[in-house]
Design a protein around this ligand. Structure first.
Ligand code: GTP
Ligand code: MG
Length: 345
């Protein structure tokens, strides 16, 4: 089983370059002074959060990251070149944890562009020029560069989204994501079409928020059934859960209960997170059944239920209205495209 949302990697910053021992040699100067330059600093290990990445899958293939060492100093007081910093790009929402018992949090990258220097490169060694004093004019003293630092760390991804989609496989989560966002998630008439989380941005009535679509859950997911519940970590940090219940299923209310049971089983306060419920595939059932199911689900969940049909774009508007109202200022205001003074002339 692959844990795409967690990876263990080895990082090492570069060692400093050695200082040089050198003496000036010029044609008519008999005793040139010392001119050995300092070594260059080793490269740092830097993590940077970038937008557009949703998984840590790449870290399954590349697990070792070493920044280059600094170059040695040289004569004529030339300092060695610094080793280039190694920038490791990770998805926004990645946490860096120590490989200790408590998994101590070392860094939490929550915004695109955020950078942390995890390990500094070793300083370069001093060249012999730097040891020159009035009493020692021809020092041969110099230093090797300091070694870099190294460690194993865990990367753990918890996507940052405002709303997390939940539901059984085939409930219509990805179809909904595609209907309301810029995302183009894979949709399929079979369970587990979605194998990794996907984010999409909703723009509605001058407001913006982010939705996370995660793989479907099945009964026993908290104990590893299906593809388990590890992707639930991605909705841990959302403000709101949008629970999608397939209205065309035989027992929609029962499927709602199954997912709720898995949330309880997972823990981490997920079961206490605010929830909205949407009854999907409303186009496949008649008005009577729709009304009856909505009522039963409202009673069971204690929440208002929104019947929707993503392909027909029915029921979407009131649902998005309710979400932005619920999110309040968390749904950022966006500049509306200015069409007011558009003119064909
Ligand atoms: N008629 C109808 N079909 C829908 C609707 N929403 C989704 N579907 C269909 O239901 C099937 C499953 O949709 P997906 O969006 O892939 O479901 P999912 O919840 O993302 O499924 P997993 O990724 O497997 O968990 C696809 O064949 C969709 O075309 C809907 O509102 N009406
Ligand atoms: Mg899907």
């Amino acid at each position: 089983m692959h844990f795409l949302d967690q990876a263990k990697i080895f990082v090492r910053s570069g060692a400093g370059g050695p200082g040089a021992v050198s003496f000036r040699r010029e044609k008519f100067v008999e005793f040139g002074g010392p001119d050995g330059g300092n070594g260059g600093k080793g490269g740092d290990i830097i993590f940077e959060a970038v937008a557009g990445l949703n998984t840590l899958i790449d870290f399954r293939y590349t697990q070792h990251f070493r920044a280059p060492r600094g170059k040695g100093g040289a004569g004529s007081n030339r300092t060695g070149a610094g080793g280039e910093d190694l920038v490791i790009r990770v998805p926004v929402g990645t946490q860096i944890l120590a490989d200790d018992e408590e998994r101590t949090l070392l860094a939490d990258l929550t915004a695109a562009g955020q950078r942390v220097i995890l390990l500094e490169g070793g300083p370069g060694g001093r060249g012999n020029a730097s040891y020159k004093t009035s009493t020692n004019r021809a020092p041969r003293q110099h230093q090797g560069g300091e070694p870099g630092e190294e460690m194993w760390v865990w990367l753990r991804l918890k996507l940052l989204a405002d709303v997390g989609l939940l539901g059984l496989p085939n409930a219509g989560k990805s179809t909904f994501l595609n209907a309301v966002t810029n995302a183009s998630a894979k949709v399929g008439d079979y369970p587990f079409t979605t194998l990794r989380p996907q984010l999409g941005v909703v723009r509605h009535k001058g407001r913006e928020f982010v939705i996370a679509d995660i793989p479907g859950l099945i009964e026993g997911a908290a104990d590893g059934a299906g593809i388990g519940d590890r992707f639930l970590g991605h909705v841990e940090r959302t403000r709101l859960l949008l629970h999608l219940v397939d209205g065309s299923a035989a027992e929609p209310v029962e499927t709602w209960r199954i997912i709720r049971g898995e949330l309880e089983g997972y823990g981490a306060g997920l079961a206490d997170k605010p929830e909205m419920v949407a009854l999907t595939k409303a186009d496949l059932i008649d008005d009577r059944r729709r009304a009856q199911l909505a009522k039963a689900l409202e009673k069971e969940s204690g929440n208002k239920v929104f019947p929707i049909s993503a392909p027909l774009e029915e029921g979407i508007e009131p649902l998005l209205d309710a979400i932005i109202e619920w999110l309040g200022s968390a749904a950022k205001e966006v500049e509306p495209a200015d069409e007011s003074n558009w003119s064909p002339l």
